[in-house]
Design a protein around this ligand. Structure first.
Ligand code: NDP
Length: 248
């Protein structure tokens, strides 16, 4: 796989899965634009690691849920780099709780970040990718978007929405040679999952045939494949990186 000369924007690229994606894409030769929202230190560290490994990286601070900020940031990215070949919609959050107690604000925040955030970013790359007549859009959905989970109605709805968005856009944009795919991780060892109680982790592990949580780089490997020309005939699909816990 070779991404030399390609420009890739990774939302939430500063930590966890996004960081691993930045390192993978950078190592394959892409110039990586690392988006973050609140932690410039983590983003700078990721950029330094990409460059240490011989890649190129720039930073872009914006909240994916803020359409005006997204538009302004992508305009600047296009001015700086001239093109965007790969968009990875990775930024995501959780605000878990049983539905009976779920606050409207927690519903809105998760939907705005995890689903509308992807809408905002795809809107921003749609036209330039159409003009280029090429592009790869990869969204990080979740096993929870396919299977559902008690206590995660907002997250599950957002991730399921991302699945529908991906399938529809795959059909809509295929004629312009823009491929739209998703990666659906299971339980991956990142900041998002580090605070789960040990008892919950034990239950989760007992449901995973491969008997361990995944690493961020396991997800990044699938993203890199979908971003590359090796996946040139693949669109509207999801790669499940979940140790076998859900089989689509
Ligand atoms: P982390 O919490 O480790 O990292 C989240 C990243 O998203 C950070 O870079 C953060 O930036 C960024 N971010 C959060 N909110 C925004 C926002 N509004 N605008 C821009 N950036 C934002 O998460 P993971 O790496 O675990 O998860 C990455 C993706 O993978 C998410 O979409 C998640 O839903 C999905 N996923 C994760 C699984 C897991 O088990 N970990 C399983 C299935 C799916 P900053 O550093 O500035 O805060």
């Amino acid at each position: 796989m070779d991404l030399t000369g390609k420009v890739a924007v990774v939302t939430g690229g500063s930590r966890g899965i996004g960081k691993a994606v930045c390192l993978r894409l950078g190592a394959l030769g892409a110039t990586v634009v690392i988006n973050y929202v609140s932690r410039p230190d983590a983003a700078q560290e990721t950029a330094a690691e990409v460059e240490k490994a011989g890649g190129k990286a720039t930073l872009a601070q914006f909240n994916v849920a803020d359409s005006a900020a997204v538009d302004a940031a992508f305009k600047e990215i296009l001015e700086t780099h001239g093109r965007i070949d790969v968009l990875v919609n990775n930024a995501g959050i959780t605000r878990d709780g049983l539905f009976m107690k779920m606050k409207e604000a927690d519903w809105d925040l998760v939907l705005d970040t995890n689903l509308k955030g992807a809408f905002n970013c795809i809107k921003a790359v749609n036209r330039p990718m159409m003009k280029q007549r090429s592009g790869a859009i990869i969204s990080i959905t979740s096993v929870i978007g396919f299977a559902g989970n008690a206590g995660q109605a907002n997250y599950s709805a957002a991730k399921a929405g991302l699945i529908g968005l991906t399938r529809s856009l795959a059909k809509e944009l295929a004629s312009r040679n823009i491929r739209v795919n998703g990666v659906a991780p299971g339980y991956i060892d990142t900041d998002m999952t580090k605070d789960l109680p040990e008892s919950v982790k034990e239950i989760i592990l007992s449901e995973i045939p491969l008997r361990s949580m995944g690493a961020a780089d396991d997800v990044a490997a699938a993203v890199a494949f979908l971003a590359s020309e090796d996946a040139r005939y693949i669109t509207g699909q999801f790669i499940h990186v979940n140790g076998g816990m859900y089989m689509a």
